[in-house]
Design a protein around this ligand. Sequence first.
Ligand code: MN
Length: 198
Amino acid sequence: MLFELPKLDYAYNALEPHIDARTMEIHHTKHHAAYTDKLNNAIAGSDLEGQSIEEILSKVSSLPVVIRNNGGGFYNHNLFWKVMSPKGGGEPSGDLADAIEKDFGSFENFIEEFSNAAATRFGSGWAWLIKTDSGLQVTSTPNQDNPLMDVSETKGIPILGLDVWEHAYYLHYQNRRPDYISAFRNVINWDEVSKRFR
Ligand code: MN
């Protein structure tokens, strides 16, 4: 059993004007497809075949670096497509809204902390909202690492992630990463984030 590139729940142009169609198409059909293929090539015929991606990531320190990079890339983009929606934006409600208020003081404080993590991640990487034993936390990771990995400084279950690799925004935003981060706010699928939180 190998991993499959997931289909998106919406068209490549569905997130415009916040994220452009060309970026979405290349990101999915080239970048995510390549992470998936390289992960599959790396695990084919080994005892990792058939294990869940979460299980593989949890012991990535003992595995070849190709699995860290491409297993991370596979998992991270699976999450990324799901936590965005053409009907996204706005604010969370229910238990997630309460938890954000409790752990960050307010939704606006959370947005500020998350945006800051995304803006200050040097080079390529991801900003995350994670669920930990002690509550919600914002963090960021380099490259295709994520907080499920045993090598991650901060560990937890990612419930929201933002890709800040240049391939995620450069065609439309060029060097204006902060503009891309602001635009992301308009496409966050809070229903999906709430589902992952629960
Ligand atoms: Mn990416």
